[in-house]
Write a new protein. Structure first.
Length: 148
């Protein structure tokens, strides 16, 4: 049952990200604000990285599931650094130098549920859901690996 739950979560993680990267779901996302090179590149790269845990679980090889766990942990760390560091400590701590401008252009018209923190760029609802799915996929993969 844990195995099926992990496959379900990793597939949901992959499908959610691909849908929010390719479909105009405004005001959840604002892909119409992306430039042509930004969107396909992100969707393709994320398809590979978020699709690997699905394939690893389906393969039945324990070592691939371990690699998937590490990959999901790296993705989650990247999400935390990209979104939560600027939210708590300000945009000067963002991975990208122009994070405030990018955030304003790409996300300012989307749904936000977190309180304003001194005008710092906040994760929008689209990314809160994504971060939750990344975390849940990681926990499910680790549990699956541990139960092997």
């Amino acid at each position: 049952m844990l195995y099926l739950f992990a496959i379900l979560l990793t597939n949901l993680h992959l499908i959610y990200h691909q849908a929010t990267s390719k479909l105009d779901l405004f005001p959840l996302n604002n892909i119409r604000a992306y430039t042509t090179p930004e969107n396909p590149g992100e969707a393709a790269m994320s398809f590979l990285s978020m699709g690997f845990p699905v394939l690893a679980l389906l393969s039945g090889y324990q070592v691939l599931v371990l690699i998937a766990c590490l990959e999901l942990a790296i993705i989650l760390i990247g999400e935390i650094y990209t979104w939560w560091t600027p939210y708590f400590f300000g945009p000067r701590f963002a991975m990208q130098k122009n994070w405030s401008e990018l955030h304003r252009r790409l996300f300012s018209k989307t749904i936000f549920i977190l309180p304003n923190r001194k005008g710092n760029p906040a994760p929008n609802l689209e990314h809160l859901i994504l971060h939750g799915l990344t975390f849940a996929s990681l926990i499910a993969c680790v549990a699956c690996y541990a139960a092997w």
